[in-house]
Design a binder for this molecule. Structure first.
Ligand SMILES: Cc1ncc(COP(=O)(O)O)c(C=O)c1O
Length: 391
């Protein structure tokens, strides 16, 4: 048994060693309370201080403008597929009512570029019948699987997107997934859309991996378990004007309502205190790495050297177009499935774990999140070169 594994898992994923050691040190006695953070009331002063510091550090790192609120939600990023739909339909219904346009059709635009945006669009489609008062339509403005011979791996140029004209229709939001974890597809810039429409992005797998202009978004959200800590908390950053009263819009479970969360400082019910604490420690670590500019420089270096090995090789291929390759989830194939199996087996023997591609796509996936040290990428590269030489 080794005491340190090179962990290329896609999530739950590697947490910085320094963060785990700090948590270990404080495990039985957090901030001089004589208690573990897990034993503190969420309404206690010490936990309140942890929550405040976490919000302050996130605001600083992401440069979140003052007209946004940070929410700590539960139910994973998957729950946000429904929450985004319900809350932004509610906001649009409120706007239509005020404009005397009750009953008009509402459209939601999705850019479907991989498994996760596809699931989000499906959830919206599934929930349409629960909206009363307005017909709702989901428009897949981008539908890569359909336009690219059944395969993900590209982001078509914006000129080909079929965004709904917001001057002629009631568009509640435009949704996309910034980094598709399964397919290794990442947007390299923020989509340009009509400024009157809230832009929503799922950053679960590239959260805080590079600077982001929050002011361009209605909602930025992501689960913590890849780049920010353990599973159990999902962070939502929402523009305040999109928070609407629970009694406006679709009837929705309380726990999915953003305004309820905002009004109660994410403590309408018991929040996942340990997960929030771990996110806080990770943010402190990130600040020590030079913030988002600092970590982006390392992330770019890690990804570039890995893609170079793939591109220079006859054995490895990337199924993703060069202009949208993920800096976080580097997916690749070998020439045969047998070789892929042998590669993965050899990797395990070299203490490199969780490199298997997602069960829906196969192949190899190296998730190289913020916490994965550059030396671990170098070790993977050495193994890839050695394996290629042998074959
Ligand atoms: C980009 C993205 N969105 C959403 C999800 C779903 O997250 P959860 O399992 O927390 O619901 C994942 C999980 O891997 C993901 O990678």
């Amino acid at each position: 048994m080794s005491t340190y594994a090179l962990n290329f898992g896609a999530g739950p994923a590697k947490i910085p060693q320094a963060v785990l050691l700090k948590a270990q040190k404080e495990f039985l006695n957090v901030h001089g309370t004589g208690m573990s953070v897990m034993e503190l009331s969420h309404r206690s002063k010490p936990f309140g201080a942890i929550l405040e510091k976490t919000k302050k550090d996130l605001t600083e790192l992401m440069k979140i403008p003052s007209n946004y609120t940070i929410l700590f939600m539960q139910g994973g990023a998957t729950t946000e597929f429904a929450s985004v739909f319900y809350n932004l339909i509610a906001s649009k219904q409120q706007e239509l009512k005020q404009a005397g346009k009750e009953g008009e059709e509402i459209v939601v635009d999705y850019l479907v570029t991989g498994a996760w945006s596809s699931k989000a669009a499906q959830e919206a489609e599934r929930l349409i019948p629960t909206v009363i008062g307005n017909p709702v339509r989901v428009n897949r403005a981008v539908n890569v699987k359909q336009s690219n011979n059944g395969k993900f791996g590209v982001i078509p140029p914006a000129s080909e997107w079929k965004l709904t004209d917001a001057q002629k229709h009631n568009v509640a939001y435009v949704y996309y997934c910034d980094n598709e974890t399964v397919h290794g597809v990442e947007f390299q810039s923020i989509p340009q859309i009509d400024a009157s429409v809230p832009l929503v992005t799922d950053v679960s797998s590239n959260f805080l991996s590079r600077p982001i202009d929050v002011s361009k978004f209605g909602i930025v959200y992501g689960g913590a378990q890849k780049n920010l800590g353990p599973a159990g908390v999902t962070i939502v950053v929402i523009r305040n004007d999109l928070l609407v009263d629970l009694n406006v819009g679709p009837i929705r479970p309380l726990m999915l309502d953003f305004k309820t969360a905002a009004d109660n400082d994410s403590m309408y019910n018991t929040p996942p205190t340990f997960a929030i604490y771990m996110v806080g420690l990770t943010l402190e670590w990130l600040k020590e790495q030079g913030g988002l500019d600092g970590i982006q420089a390392v992330n770019n270096r890690k990804a570039e050297k890995l893609y170079k090995v793939i591109d220079d090789s006859k054995l490895y291929t990337s199924p993703v177009a060069k202009d949208c390759r993920s800096h976080m989830n580097v997916v690749f194939n070998l020439t045969t499935e047998e070789l892929e199996k042998e590669f993965l087996k050899g990797a395990e023997e070299r203490n490199m774990h969780q490199l298997k591609g997602h069960r829906s796509v196969g192949g190899v996936r190296a998730s190289i999140y913020n916490a994965l040290p550059e030396e671990d990428v170098d070790a993977l590269i050495d193994y890839m070169l050695e394996f290629e030489k042998k074959h």
